[in-house]
Structures are given as structure tokens and as C-alpha cells.
Design a protein around this ligand. Structure first.
Ligand code: TYC
Length: 112
């Protein structure tokens, strides 16, 4: 340990600063966020969409019904905003559930 503790250890025996400045700024970049979007279609049952919004996106029945109706009326709606990995996983879960039930439901993500 340097006797001038509290310094970056870049001083010589006289306490003169030497060498390269080493003051660091920790990298604290926030991860990018992504919107998960649900698209309307004419065939997927309303109850199925509400079930997905509750099961995958952890919405209450009231929230899920409101989002589903927004999508039904406007064509598109936001299910939630997540980091890329989580958004990607949720999109895959929706598409997988829709495919397994033979519904044409589409879901995608976009950078927020
Ligand atoms: N439009 C569908 C119907 O009338 C319901 C629906 C809502 C489908 C939202 C997809 O993302 C959707 N049964």
C-alpha cells in the first residue's frame, strides 16, 4: 500500500503526481428499452388475447381487456416496455402460444 493512501498511487516519494491520470468514470449506461407490440387480426379470439396479456405480460384482467380492445380498435397496441432480452422472450412466448392454438396473432418489438 502507498503511504499516501487516498491517492491513486501515482505519486513519487515527494508527493509529486507522476504518470497517467487514472481517475475513472464507471460505465453506467442504461440498457436500451424495447416496446412489445401486439397487432390486430380478424380471427384470434378476444379471450385468448386477454389470457396472453395476463399470463405473459402480468396484466390484471381489467388492464388486459383495455389493451386488447385498444388493439382491436386501432390495429396495434403496446403490451409493455422491457430490455431487449426480455422483450424478445415475450414476443417468442406470444408467437409460440398463438401458433400452438392455431391463431394468426402477431406480435413484434421496436426500440423505445
Ligand atoms: N380482432 C379480434 C376479434 O375480433 C380480437 C383481437 C384483439 C385480435 C387484439 C388480436 O391483438 C389482437 N376476435
Amino acid at each position: 500500500m502507498n503511504k499516501n493512501s487516498g491517492t491513486a498511487g501515482n505519486e513519487d516519494e515527494r508527493g509529486t503526481e507522476r504518470g497517467v491520470a487514472t481517475k475513472t468514470r464507471p460505465k453506467t449506461k442504461k440498457p436500451s428499452q424495447y416496446r412489445v407490440l401486439l397487432l390486430n387480426d380478424d380471427y384470434t379470439p378476444m379471450e385468448f388475447v386477454v389470457g396472453l396479456l395476463m399470463g405473459i405480460f402480468k396484466k390484471t384482467q381489467e388492464e388486459a381487456t383495455q389493451i386488447m380492445l385498444d388493439v382491436h380498435q386501432s390495429g396495434i397496441g403496446i403490451c409493455g416496455i422491457y430490455t431487449f432480452e426480455i422483450a424478445e422472450t415475450k414476443v417468442a412466448q406470444v408467437l409460440d402460444a398463438a401458433k400452438r392454438s392455431d391463431h394468426p396473432l402477431k406480435c413484434t418489438l421496436e426500440k423505445a
